[in-house]
Design a protein around this ligand. Structure first.
Ligand SMILES: Cc1cc2nc3c(=O)[nH]c(=O)nc-3n(C[C@H](O)[C@H](O)[C@H](O)COP(=O)(O)OP(=O)(O)OC[C@H]3O[C@@H](n4cnc5c(N)ncnc54)[C@H](O)[C@@H]3O)c2cc1C
Length: 617
């Protein structure tokens, strides 16, 4: 395909050529859109050189025609992977042009190409990224070869390709399209980044597959693992059965005592595993659902240091898992830690499959569950105007916008005041009739004094709508149920987080809301027996040698980077604890002494431990 950049008439010719391609050679398309001939030329040259064999590259000189182009490409069965467009200069409306693409095809990634040094356009692009009008940005190639440019483009294409059905399918699932279990499996495989093909049991293809397997009347879903020499076919399997059949878990020899057992493979647990195993500690991680925890559910994390384009939670989690695995961490997937107890010189974690893990130290990284709004439209708009948590990093992008904060606690009040520095108007949505029971007085007074913050009482968010990003919310009156729609640019949801600590029973001291107390937070004289002569280490719980990291910990900052930081910071403390206990053993000349000699005794694991402290989280 040839390109005569600058000649507006050249574009339709390219489009025609793209649409004439044989179905057998169907390629995805990268569309360039810019009024500026130079921008089109440089982008077309670089993209064709590097991706011409796998993608068709077409350039559109008239943004007004882009929508028609994309519809024509779709009608011709040609999927569009990226639309990359100029911003600034002749493309002053470039952000709006790219933003409109989502309404035509929500799967297409929208990439702004910024000319080097065009800082003014860069600022608007960053704001558009925050509210979800754009997906990515890239510096226009300034030299050839443009490796930085291509590194970004390759990542974008990988991101687009990973969400595409077809191709390599090591796993096939045949199930009822809309059943909860089918959805659950879809989510599970996608969070683990395992390419899985889903076949609706009512389709001809699925019926044939079930027939070939001799499973016409089997209970659904049927999961076929196609990567092993001998294929495994699982009928209506549990998550644990799927994990077992994957063959990734090696049996743990009986009597094995690990140096560290980590409960939870969210960011905190994964970071702990990477550091522990890279520093020679024998480490086992047990994860109940999907590796990545809450972070793994985020389609795009924009505030994790080092990823200026953002990174999907699942990718971040899988990279960390692979890293820990490479260093030698043992993973127990789809198993829940159900209790913690003390035996001789080690702790035992009883797992949901009936097995027991033994370890000299334990890191509790079981995180928290954010209360969700639960409406499908708002879940879909997450990261595109709907944000869970205070999302401080999104605040500057709220300049001039109409913002809502759902929640009546201190965190909601603080978020509202912070957002008000940029937003045109901030409305706090509270279910109760007043803030006095849920928010500190000083915050209530600050909110009263803020000219652009108002509070709406007796309402809850019932629904929302938007194509490229959030455009409106449906608010329901809690008393009458009456609904009204209001225009909205962003919604910050701060309706509470619940720590996942129920499984610990009475074993560990926690605050009233269930968050684990550590280090200096552990009050002296609470009836809890802390036997060691020393004070608890930072991040150490009421049980010596048991640590907590991440969202599960009282006072933790609910951020991925801080969870990772705590996961890393806990490992030197683990070393210290192991050194101390080893020295104690040497001093007493015991072969297998109880740690209780110097740290605690067996009794200290039992007894009432919930400490009536107000929660700060
Ligand atoms: C939708 C969403 C988007 C977010 N986006 C961002 C963002 O962009 N930037 C940011 O900084 N923060 C973000 N956060 C917050 C961030 O994800 C959390 O602060 C972070 O994941 C906390 O990590 P963690 O490891 O402490 O806990 P979690 O992520 O909660 O992980 C805990 C893990 O432990 C497992 N587990 C629980 N109980 C057990 C048990 N008994 N046995 C075995 N395993 C167990 C869970 O299945 C889970 O995988 C977001 C949160 C949500 C919900």
């Amino acid at each position: 395909m040839t390109m005569s950049a600058g000649a507006a008439t050249a574009a339709p010719t390219e489009l025609d050529a793209a649409m004439r391609s044989e179905p057998a050679q169907v390629q995805a398309v990268i569309v360039i859109v810019s009024r500026d001939a130079g921008t089109r030329e440089v982008l077309h040259r670089e993209l064709s050189k590097r991706y011409g064999a796998d993608y068709q590259i077409v350039a559109c000189a008239r943004p007004a025609e882009l929508a028609a182009w994309m519809r024509d490409l779709r009608a011709a069965g040609l999927p569009v992977a990226l639309v990359i467009g100029g911003v600034g200069g002749q493309d002053r409306d470039g952000i709006e042009v790219l933003g409109a693409v989502r309404a035509i095809d929500p799967r297409v990634l929208r990439v702004a190409a910024i000319s080097w040094g065009d800082w003014a356009s860069a600022r608007s692009v960053f704001d558009a990224l925050t509210v979800g009008t754009l997906d990515h940005w890239v510096d226009s190639p300034a030299q050839s070869p443009a490796e930085e440019f291509h590194r970004s483009i390759t990542d974008f294409l990988r991101e687009w390709g990973s969400g595409r059905p077809g191709g390599f399918e090591p796993v096939r699932v045949i199930g009822q399209r809309w059943s909860a279990r089918s959805q659950e499996l879809r989510d599970l495989f996608s969070r683990h980044r395992i390419p899985a093909g889903f076949y609706d049991a009512t389709s001809e293809r699925a019926r044939q597959m079930l027939h070939d397997l001799g499973l016409e009347s089997a209970e659904l879903p049927v999961v076929v693992l196609r990567f092993a020499a001998e294929r495994s076919t699982l009928v209506n399997p549990s998550n644990a059965e799927i994990a077992d059949a994957f063959g990734l878990m090696t049996p743990i020899p009986s009597g094995k005592v690990f140096d560290v057992a980590v409960a939870g493979a969210g960011p905190a647990g994964l970071a702990a595993a990477v550091y522990a195993s890279s520093e020679g500690l024998q480490t086992v991680v047990v994860e109940n659902e999907a590796v990545g925890g809450q972070a793994g559910t985020s389609s795009m994390i924009r505030n994790y240091p080092g990823f200026s384009q953002g990174i999907s939670g699942a990718t971040l989690a899988q990279e960390a898992r692979r890293q820990a695995w490479t260093f030698g961490t043992t993973f127990m997937y789809m198993r829940r830690a159900e209790s913690l107890s003390r035996h001789d010189d080690h702790y035992q974690l009883a797992l949901s499959d009936g097995s027991v893990l033994a370890a000299r130290t334990v890191i509790i990284a079981s995180g928290a569950a954010y209360r969700r709004l639960g409406t499908p439209a708002l879940e879909d708009l997450q990261g595109r105007g709907v944000f869970y948590g205070a999302a401080v990093s999104e605040a500057p992008a709220m300049r001039g916008r109409k913002v809502f904060v759902a929640g009546g606690g201190n965190s909601a009040g603080q978020a509202a005041l912070y957002l008000a520095k940029w937003a045109n108007q901030v409305t706090i949505l509270v279910r109760a009739a007043s803030l006095s029971d849920s928010m500190s007085d000083y915050l209530i007074r600050e909110i009263d004094a803020a000219p652009n913050v108002n509070v709406c009482f007796g309402v809850q968010v019932a629904d929302g709508a938007g194509t490229s990003h959030l455009e409106s919310l449906v608010l329901a009156d809690t008393a009458s149920g009456t609904r009204r729609s209001v225009p909205a640019d962003a919604l910050f949801v701060l309706i509470g987080a619940q720590p996942r600590t129920g499984w610990l029973g009475e074993a560990i001291a926690r605050d009233q809301r269930g968050f684990i107390l550590t280090g200096g937070d552990l009050p002296a004289g609470t009836g809890r027996r802390w036997r060691p002569a020393r004070r608890p280490l930072p991040l150490e719980t009421s049980l010596p040698g048991v640590f907590a990291a991440g969202d599960v910990r009282r006072g933790s900052v609910k951020r991925i980077a801080s969870a990772v930081g705590e996961g890393a910071a806990v490992i030197p403390l683990v070393h210290r604890f192991l050194r101390t206990t080893a020295a104690a053993r040497a001093a007493t000349g015991q072969q297998h002494p109880s740690l209780g000699q110097h740290t605690h005794d067996r009794d200290s694991v039992s007894g009432p431990v919930n400490v009536p402290l107000p929660s700060t989280t």
